[in-house]
Design a protein around this ligand. Structure first.
Ligand code: UDP
Length: 405
């Protein structure tokens, strides 16, 4: 069981001190997180790690997951896409179903808590069933340029919350409720991020039949069109004319994402029978395998066209890798171009940066070291716990002019 003390010497000391003080103030309060999946994707990833740590600090924290059928998740996927700007067809029936599934969940879920965190648009209508506590909408996606009528529907619910939290300032929409910015983070002690021995890394390479005879380009992500897996294959093909290398595309489809299987088929077909392209379908909870893949990579790509925060970028940076990321979403909040990684806007740009990194290992090493340091200072789980506790504390003490810690 991991405790906060285990982060001593890893996380910044000031974050740890603040967490101890705040949790002592909040120890008698009850907290509840609600989202729509226990596994797959960044939200579940963070909750899975954060809740046991909060428990260890003596806070009462529960995590509930709303249940829905395929129709519900098809609708919520469309809502998710439209909030990120993609045009989708909606009917009144679909919105009614979104509400009805939440209404059904509200009857079975225990919504009693002092602070209720509702994650993303799938469970956002639950606010209609509030009977107590402070309700905070935790929005992980970029809603800065949504399809307007979809935002109107979602904000009719979201605007009823007491506050909203966004992952990066530029993702936020101006709302009439309190708004906070809290970037997501990774856990350096998790299976996905802890140090591995060379033997452990080799075991994973052998099991996936990835020879380590040439540089490895890697992208780990859900098979989702916004992650642009085909664009990655095209960039690899441009590089391959000059630099011999392998491409590993590793991912799964989240349980709340019905489009995943179609995207996997497309990518496999597009990759063809190139023996240097490895398309790996990972089962849920492949954390140690992902860790090893990131550590064996020479360059890590996250060539997203749209992105939430992009935790895979943080993970690879923490492993000291040069990361080449799409200039979208939360990726520029992590990658300072040319310093902690590289930002790209096209397949050609990605190919150019990949070649630069492959041809200059000293430069690649320096960028990787900067990346790791940047994550240590800004994107470790302890900083996020600190911020959540602070928001809870600030909201519960709203109205008092002095907040004594
Ligand atoms: N991930 C995983 N299995 C996969 C693909 C991704 O466990 O097959 C993890 C990945 O390591 C990261 C998270 O899921 O921790 C994805 O978060 P990110 O913010 O990159 O993207 P999202 O999936 O939330 O859009």
């Amino acid at each position: 069981m991991i405790r906060l003390q285990d982060y001593t010497g890893i996380s910044p000391k000031t974050d740890l001190q603040l967490i101890y003080r705040l949790s002592a103030r909040l120890s008698r309060k009850r907290f509840l997180h609600i989202n729509s999946t226990k596994s797959g994707g960044g939200v579940a990833e963070i909750l899975n790690r954060m809740i046991p740590l909060l428990d260890g600090l003596g806070l009462v924290v529960r995590w509930e997951v709303i249940e829905g059928d395929q129709r519900f998740f098809t609708i919520t996927k469309k809502i998710h896409n439209s909030l990120q700007g993609l045009q989708e067809e909606f009917t009144d029936d679909m919105w009614a179903y979104h509400y009805a599934v939440n209404e059904k969940n509200a009857k079975t879920l225990d919504l009693n808590a002092d602070v209720i965190f509702v994650h993303d648009p799938q469970p956002v209508p639950l606010i209609r069933f509030r009977h107590s506590g402070l309700w905070i909408w935790r929005c992980h996606i970029d809603v800065s340029n949504p399809v307007e009528n979809v935002w109107e529907r979602v904000s009719a619910y979201a605007g009823k919350y007491d506050a909203a939290i966004f992952s990066v300032a530029k993702f936020a929409k101006q709302m009439s409720i309190d708004e906070f910015i809290i970037t997501p983070t990774i856990d350096p002690l998790s299976e996905k991020n802890k140090d591995l021995t060379e033997t452990e890394i080799t075991e994973v390479a052998d099991r996936f039949r990835i020879p380590r005879d040439k540089p490895i380009l890697l992208q780990v992500s859900r098979f989702d069109r916004f992650k642009d897996p085909n664009g990655v294959v095209r960039a690899y093909r441009m590089v391959k004319k000059y630099n011999d290398c392998r491409l590993v595309l590793a991912g799964s489809s989240a349980t709340d994402d019905p489009e995943g299987d179609a995207v996997i088929r497309e990518v496999k077909e597009f990759a063809g029978n190139d023996p240097d392209i490895h398309t790996l379908l990972l089962p849920a909870f492949s954390d140690k395998d992902i860790n090893a893949l990131q550590r064996m990579a020479t360059v890590v790509l996250q060539k997203s066209l749209k992105e939430g925060f992009g935790l895979t970028v943080t993970e690879a940076m923490w492993k000291g890798k040069p990361v080449i990321g799409g200039n979208v979403g939360g990726i520029p909040a992590q990658i300072i171009n040319g310093v902690t990684g590289f930002l790209v806007n096209s397949e050609e740009g990605a190919a150019f940066r990949i070649r630069q990194v492959l041809n200059d290992p000293d430069m690649a090493k320096g960028v990787g070291e900067n990346a790791k340091q940047y994550v240590r200072n800004h994107f470790l789980i302890t900083r996020q716990i600190r911020d959540y506790l602070f928001v809870w504390y600030a909201m519960l003490n709203k109205g008092s002019t002095v907040m004594e810690l």
